[in-house]
Design a protein around this ligand. Sequence first.
Ligand code: UDX
Ligand code: ADP
Length: 469
Amino acid sequence: MTTTIPPVSKICCIGAGYVGGPTMAMIAHKCPHIDVKVVDINADRIAQWNSDRLPIYEPGLDEIVHGSRGKNLTFTTEIDQAIGEADMVFISVNTPTKTFGVGAGRAANLEFVEKCARRIAEVSKGHKIVVEKSTLPVRTAEAVKRILSNTANGATFDVLSNPEFLAEGTAVDDLLQPDRVLIGGERPESIGALVDVYANWVPRDRLLTTNLWSSELSKLTANAFLAQRVSSINAISALCEATGADVDEVAAAIGTDSRIGPKFLKASVGFGGSCFQKDILNLVYLCQYFGLPEVADYWEQVVRMNDYQKERFVTRMVRTMFNTVSDKKIGIWGFAFKKDTNDTRESAAIYVCRDLLLEKARVCIYDPQVSEHQILNDLEYVFTDGDNKISEAKRELIDKHVTFASSAQEASSDAHAIAVLTEWDEFADVDFTAVHDTMKKPAFIFDGRNRLKDLDLKAKGFDYHGIGF
Ligand code: UDX
Ligand code: ADP
């Protein structure tokens, strides 16, 4: 098929989430000549994108959205119309790990991607470029292509893979100055059409073009390598605690080796976020599927180490606090999976709070950006069993042992311990003398991010424990 492709003038993005929202806002901001419509089946989410309080917290995003919204950036639930008008359609919907059936706990659930592809096939006319933005298992483009080939209106399609590498909390900077933009495809003309969109602000030498499968696999591999670094340093943090070495000193020492580099060597209570665990499990599933069990086991260990790190954190708290936290108040500082985001997906805080609640502790949670509603949802979900039910005993733990505070200081008032689970900058500015005065003694702090390590809290009377020293 040799359709010539005119420059892109109308884009539709299906999925107004953490990826679709900021990415499309940046395209609209940098390409005033392109009309960008972001659509979603979730009417509440669209209403929030159209309001003064955006559904996601991301530094610098408000300005970018407000600058283009109502001009060339629209958020709407009119999905079919936006697809119909567009020459390029991005699929940016969620691809969570399957919770049922074949590949449960490992494979990606492609239900939402498939539904989008079917919708595109149904409402399209003429020629369109369909861009996979969601992280997908390798060879998903093949499935999308097959679905798109069954169209009622004689429409034709090119499929591209354009994985997103932005990290939450720094999405705007990452989008403004990406290390690279990866575009995988088959036809040079369609690849070129997307290259031309990004070339409005990204230097050409950072626009990498590959075949479809390399592009898909590169996204999974990048996340697996990054997560592997965190699990590697977390594994060493356990050894540091046992031997008297200091993991931050070890990280600084190895990070100066230019072959290793300094980034992603911060020991922590465990990595979270919507991507790392999901993408590694995806990789594990792929390896098993292709008959490579040794490779699958190798990558699975990165996730196991992460689970161990979260469990180890609670075990250390309990041991240190005289082997019991039952009925003790623990101030939880931070619930997001990292600072500068309101996202809690796979946050270590969910699992730490779960395990503390199972030890019958009372947790009082403060996070500057995450809503109480979201935290309760997460805790209910983690206590829900395979039949989608939550037992009376666990319901009671949530109802009676979880409270919320509107500041870090309030969360720790009268508490036996503080657990720092997100590295929010504001935690370093707290009045620790006042915090100490209101806490039970000994006043324990368990810092899952080593965020308060430089504040000499031992001198202020705290029994301070970090990760890996
Ligand atoms: C990640 C990838 O970085 C990004 O390229 C991809 O597009 C999506 O997945 P994200 O999950 O938003 O981005 O955040 P990231 O900064 O990678 O952090 C992931 C988790 O690892 C967080 O919980 C973070 O706290 C933790 N982490 C990161 C550490 O514990 N130590 C580190 O040194 C770095
Ligand atoms: P990500 O972090 O990958 O952006 P999110 O969960 O934040 O993931 O966003 C995905 C969005 O995709 C959600 O707002 C969801 O409602 C939307 N979505 C899922 N399926 C469809 C669909 N078939 N049509 C339109 N939007 C969809």
